[in-house]
Design a protein around this ligand. Structure first.
Ligand code: GLN
Length: 305
């Protein structure tokens, strides 16, 4: 299997040239554009990796998955579904998703920025620091890695250049959908996006989603099945933003991308996959990462369709 992964990485390296590094958070332009790595954990516990799989990068929007999971664990499906919808937005991640004149909960999706910012308000904790600490703890638990930290430079960069996210949060506030202090809410969101991970960490998180809440080699469920089903369904329809339809055709598994260049994929009952390659298409998804996942999916018959 590792030979196959090495070969697929060699074939896909060329695509790293077809994308651009994210530049709206200046710190992200410092990434090495040639990198490509993959880590896979199959449901029988076997692990396979190739390329730059232990390189650290920021989780970015893949944190939206964790924010939603934590909010579900804290508040349950009924309350969460009264605050955000589940329909694919078909719009970029930072779109101001207002249909007609009215901003309504059902038009928000937890996999795009407005919905994810709102998730921060629904996580238990007396302060936004406490809420973030719980998000970080859940990330460490799902990744099976107690050493996960935030990348302080990326966090400061997100905060400094976060005007669009501030606009989205103030819009929520103006519609009475967000009551707390915008800066505090965004601090939890920016920190969550700045969590530093490797492909291995993402593969572990994907594994838990793929295996109905179970961790590799452990029997107990860390996440109830009703929540992994809920999250996987939203990942399938909106995890790659307005590229989700094409991704469903090419790869065909629930997945989430981030502008740090990561993709986390959860192949139901089969495996968790973490991918890293930092050059992105115009939708903010890793170009070589998608190509690599497409080839892996074809070779191993992973598409659920
Ligand atoms: N931190 C980024 C933002 O909110 C994450 C976006 C992304 O990964 N697509 O703008």
């Amino acid at each position: 299997m590792e030979e196959l992964l090495e070969q697929l990485i060699d074939e896909c390296k060329i695509y790293t040239k077809d994308g651009e590094l994210a530049n709206y958070i200046p710190e992200l332009t410092k990434a090495d554009p040639n990198m490509l790595g993959v880590y896979m954990i199959s449901s029988d516990g076997k692990q396979y990796s190739a390329g730059d799989c232990m390189h650290q990068f920021t989780i970015q929007s893949i944190a939206k998955t964790i924010l939603l999971l934590q909010a579900l664990l804290d508040k349950g499906i009924e309350e969460i579904s009264s605050k955000v919808g589940v329909e694919a937005t078909g719009k970029p991640f930072d779109a101001i998703n207002v249909s007609g004149q009215k901003l309504a909960s059902k038009n928000l999706n937890p996999m795009v920025n407005m919905g994810a910012i709102l998730m921060c308000t629904l996580i238990d904790g007396d302060t936004y620091d406490e809420k973030f600490e719980r998000v970080l703890a859940l990330t460490r638990e799902l990744a099976g890695n107690p050493d996960i930290q935030i990348d302080e430079d990326v966090y400061q960069s997100e905060k400094k250049y976060g005007s669009k996210n501030r606009a989205l949060a103030y819009l929520l506030k103006s519609y009475g959908m967000l009551e707390d202090d915008v800066e505090e809410v965004l601090d939890c969101y920016f920190k969550s996006c700045s969590i530093s991970v490797t492909c291995k960490d993402l593969a572990n998180i994907g594994f838990v989603l793929a295996n109905r809440g179970q961790m590799p080699g452990r029997k107990e469920r860390v996440i109830p099945v009703k929540y992994t089903r809920y999250v996987n369904a939203i990942l399938m329809t909106c995890g790659m933003y307005d590229g989700s339809g094409e991704f469903a055709l090419r790869v065909g598994v629930p997945a989430k991308s981030g502008v740090g260049g990561g993709i986390m994929a959860a192949v139901p009952t089969k495996m968790g996959i973490g991918i890293y390659s930092p050059t992105l298409d115009e939708k903010g998804n890793s170009v070589a990462g998608i190509r690599l996942l497409e080839r892996i999916s074809n070779q191993l018959y992973l598409s659920i369709f």
